[in-house]
Design a protein. Sequence first.
Length: 225
Amino acid sequence: MQERPRAAATGHGGCLHVFDMDGTLLRGAATVELARYFGKPALGHDIEARWLAGTITDREFWQTLLDICGDADAVDLDAAFEAASWMTGVRDVFADIRARGEVGIVISQSPAFFVRRLRRWGAHETYGSGVEVGRPLPDGATLLPGAKVAITEDALDRHGLGDQACVAYGDSSSDLDLFARLPHTVAVNPSAALADLAAARYTGTDLREAYSIGRRLLAAAADPV
């Protein structure tokens, strides 16, 4: 389910930035973006709606997505990733995090093969549901909301950081547990429940603006008035 961090990520300090992907870095859902790219947008919207409504099992959902992707190879998946509807400034945000010697990770319920590609844009670590094109679908593939908390706590421990040096960015119910755990949280175009729980909110399409809010939360914690 989770993709273990690369050794190169260990040893960074400063702050930890934890990003959800769908609805936070990506303006929609990876499933819908993949279905659109592979010519089956209606099917993508259908299974996404059924997932949100709880009328499709995890296995049915993921198997349908794998069927949508068919025999796509790495080149096809790269193209689908690049063509997706990303928030403005995603690469800029990861570049700034790296330039400051900080750590940026992405934890998403979307398939690992899609989330992993964010490493090319500067994410230090990525974690997604254990779904891979061309491989059998394992039981329990879905990354559960509680795993976001466990992964974040592990990253904080590995990098020698405390809660005050961490900020999380998310948009929906899968982020509720993490937002309840951390003091610095930015809800991006959020659901009502997450907006109520977040320390700050951002509405718009430029991730750099949401990130600047997160930086202000960190700065206030480091230099309280």
